[in-house]
Ligand binder design. Structure first.
Ligand SMILES: [Zn+2]
Length: 660
């Protein structure tokens, strides 16, 4: 008789090994956290004597699920901003809130909360990417879970690093500290090619290769990302990162939604693991990853929930079901991605994608005892058929829920028994999370009431103020001004010409000021555009109002380069209405009686002023004949949206003719 620490008996064991062995009734022997035997119950019991016995009561025993991509601490940001585009969501909400709130304590609490949810849904291992990853790792290990933890590397200042150099140094330190841990696999996490420079991708890969740890990254998540990559680098995302030697490292690539077959072969060649995130891709409308094709190519494709702020849960049962359903719906083939394959992705293939397949992903001798036990004897999962093992996979993938998981074990240690969490205090976690939510709520409520603070939130460190005195005069003759500037007492120091395209965002509350998005085209001598500049200005209400003779004191509260698209700002600020103005601007810096100042000569191209307006302005109205007058009046009435404009106009014409 061999000794075991624990004997799991009386279960249906889905091993998820290469041959898909199923033992029913089966048993498993665990010693020092490892599986020492798995097989038919009679056979195991004849050979092993367990210090402890656990009766699985006919339930299904599977390898613990592997969540192949997430940002676990973001449990605390769940539901904070939804139904937005990826850039507005990420850069308008997530990043600003994280800059304000993501501290080591926040990260630990969020991780504990996430671990509780993951354990409840049968997950024993996850791949994470966040800030203060050392705290994610510590909280995870404390909860007894297994994780690949990637320390984020970004080109912007982040909550835990002022610069890229800082974040890379932090990643190095983190890897050194955790590299031999039994539960934690440290990794470096350059967020994505668009949030990193080429050099950062190279150095991240070098660091990962140096310590032989994985590199966790988002690749080809949206069509826009690929389009931008083609535009900026002349090639799609996968060849671009390959060129930066990214694949020198053991890469775990999240998403890969927009890749072609050539790119899939590249990923296969470099043994890249892929994390498919069906909920996140649907919620953020990123598209449908070609999962069936990737599997056919031979790629190790795992399944991930992505962060709980973009899903919004960590439920791997739901995710696995969606992976199967989407592959079917997308291909028009119900045979695509069968239940067994989907469950393989959630277990063995996920483990392979995380470079942990020697240790987890299937119930095999020598692997860690990372196990989930699922009760399929429920209303929504009854009755059960035993004609073919496929029925079992189908029950697990198409009908089972996360809350059907009753017991979870990692390295032979119970993390949940009889639905009771052994390592985490759920009510206390919920209380603390509620407190954090209240603080974030008041921060956002405060921010959302002011266009200015919303702008600061996405503008980073470029906040500034400028004050200026403007004198505005209507000029009847441009040439006259240009000639005057060429003579004494003016001396011209600099001349420029622009075409300006302005979009003003007007808000319901006029006190918020107006936000102007300006595109300046610098026009050269021969009319060619040699530079384009995008700027954002928040103009407060004119201070002390306008003076007589068009003099006004204006206050520019904020001036910054516009780093996002007009569409981004539109969706982020949600103005009540917009005004578009296009101007041709000549600008001189002049010296005049010991003072330097700018003179702008603007010609408004858009909006075109209505003809009647010009006629009235230029006082030629009295010289217009009756018929044309009538036409102009009709135009004016239409502009004023007066109904029956035509009829009123015709009546006027008739009257004029009669009186003539
Ligand atoms: Zn992600």
């Amino acid at each position: 008789m061999q000794k075991a620490d624990l004997l799991l008996t009386n279960g249906i064991f889905l091993t998820m090994d290469e041959e898909y062995h199923v033992y029913s009734p089966g048993a498993m022997a665990v010693r020092e956290g490892c599986i020492t035997a798995v097989g038919g119950q009679a056979e195991i019991e004849a050979e092993f004597q367990g210090e402890e016995r656990f009766d699985c009561q006919g339930r299904v025993v599977i390898p613990g699920l592997v969540n192949a991509h997430t940002h676990v601490p973001m449990t605390l940001l769940r539901g904070i901003a939804d139904d937005l585009r990826l850039d507005v969501w990420l850069q308008g909400y997530m990043f600003p809130v994280e800059r304000e709130f993501a501290t080591p304590d926040f990260v630990r609490l969020g991780t504990r909360l996430g671990c509780a949810e993951l354990i409840r849904s049968g997950v024993t291992c996850f791949a994470d990417m966040y800030y203060f990853e050392g705290d994610v790792a510590a909280a995870t290990a404390e909860a007894g879970m297994r994780a690949l933890c990637a320390q984020t590397v970004l080109k912007f200042p982040s909550p835990d690093a002022q610069s890229f150099e800082d974040s890379l140094a932090a990643a190095r330190e983190f890897i050194q500290q955790w590299q031999d841990h039994a539960l934690i696999l440290p990794a470096v996490g350059p967020h994505s090619p668009y949030m990193c420079t080429a050099d950062m991708l190279r150095q991240s890969a070098e660091l990962a290769a140096e310590f032989d740890v994985p590199l966790h990254i988002h690749l080809s998540e949206t069509a826009l990302e690929v389009e931008n990559s083609r535009h900026e680098h002349g090639m799609p995302v996968i060849p671009y990162v390959k060129k930066q030697n990214l694949f020198d490292a053991k890469v775990l690539a999240a998403h890969c939604v927009h890749i072609d077959e050539g790119e899939m072969r590249t990923l296969l060649h470099y043994n890249v693991g892929v994390a498919h995130n069906p909920s996140s891709n649907m919620k953020l409308a990123s598209g449908f990853a070609p999962v069936a094709k990737m599997l056919e190519t031979g790629l190790a494709v795992g399944i991930g929930t992505d962060g709980p702020a973009s899903n919004n849960d960590l439920d791997m049962f739901e995710e696995t079901r969606l992976a199967a359903f989407i592959a079917k719906g997308q291909s028009g083939m119900p045979t695509a991605l069968p239940a067994r394959t989907a469950l393989t992705m959630a277990t063995r293939l996920g483990a392979k994608a995380l470079y942990l397949d020697d240790l987890i992903g299937s119930l095999e001798i020598g692997k860690s005892a990372d196990v989930a036990i699922v009760d399929l004897d429920t209303l929504h999962n009854s009755p059960g058929f035993s004609r073919s093992a496929d029925a079992l996979y189908a029950r697990l993938v198409y009908a089972a829920h996360a809350h059907d998981v009753t017991d979870v074990m990692v390295r032979g240690r119970w993390l949940m028994r009889g639905r009771h969490l052994m390592t985490l205090d759920e009510p206390e976690l919920l209380r603390q999370a509620g407190e954090v939510a209240r603080r974030i709520d008041s921060f956002l409520i405060e921010r959302e009431t002011s266009v200015f603070s919303k702008l600061v939130a996405i503008g980073g460190t470029t906040e500034g103020e400028s004050f200026e005195v403007q004198v505005k005069v209507r000029i009847p003759d441009r040439e006259q001004v240009i000639r005057a500037l060429e003579a004494e007492p003016f001396s011209v120091l600099r001349t420029r010409r622009y075409r300006e395209y302005d979009t003003y965002f007007v808000f319901a509350d006029a006190k918020q000021g107006r936000l102007r998005y300006r595109e300046d085209e610098f026009v050269g001598e021969d009319g060619e555009v040699y530079n384009v500049r995008y700027r954002l200005t928040l103009t407060g209400q004119a201070r002390d109002q306008s003076y007589a003779h068009s003099i006004l004191l204006s206050r520019s509260r904020f001036l910054a380069p516009a780093t996002h698209s007009l569409r981004f700002y539109r969706e982020y600020f949600q103005p009540e209405r917009e005004i578009e103005i296009r101007k041709d601007r000549m600008r001189w810096l002049v010296h005049y009686h010991d003072t330097e100042f700018f003179i702008n000569l603007d010609q408004v191209m858009q909006p075109e002023l209505p003809k009647y307006f010009l006629e009235i302005k230029s006082r030629t109205w009295s010289r217009i004949d009756a018929e044309n007058k009538a036409k102009l009046i009709v135009e004016m009435l239409k502009d004023l949206r007066l109904e029956k404009a035509e009829a009123v106009g015709a009546e006027y014409v008739e009257l004029v003719e009669k009186s003539a």
